[in-house]
Write a protein that binds this ligand. Structure first.
Ligand SMILES: [Zn+2]
Length: 117
């Protein structure tokens, strides 16, 4: 039986995800730090972060928005996790990258125990 296997085995992806979750639980870090710590490219870090963000029943991704080093402008409304290239106010390119952390989502789903009868 021949089965096509994905280039990156799902198990490895899961391991990386757990690694990132561990790092983010410890405290905030930017994509570069996460990339170095998890041994994956920054592009993949963003990919994982987006998925962590959407996986809200387990944990909440807390994003400290990027800010301009020059004038202090904060990219607050930016929904994306990637680092912006330029400041819209002073056109500066010295941008402090967004930082990420996670908080465990409280288990607010009450267990329903059905006692019928
Ligand atoms: Zn600026």
């Amino acid at each position: 039986m021949k089965a096509k296997r994905p280039f990156v085995p799902p198990e490895r992806r899961e391991t990386v995800r757990h690694r990132l979750v561990d790092l983010l639980s410890d405290g905030s870090a930017d994509a570069r730090e996460l990339s170095a710590a998890a041994g994956i490219p920054e592009r993949e870090v963003y990919d994982h972060l987006e998925q962590i963000r959407h996986n809200r029943h387990e944990y909440t991704l807390v994003v400290t928005p990027a800010a301009c080093r020059g004038c202090g402008f904060v990219f607050g409304k930016r929904e994306r996790v990637t680092k912006p290239g330029k400041c819209p106010v002073c056109r500066g390119e010295h941008i402090i990258p967004p930082k990420f952390a996670i908080e465990p989502t409280p288990h607010h789903r009450p267990r329903k125990d059905h006692h019928e009868g």
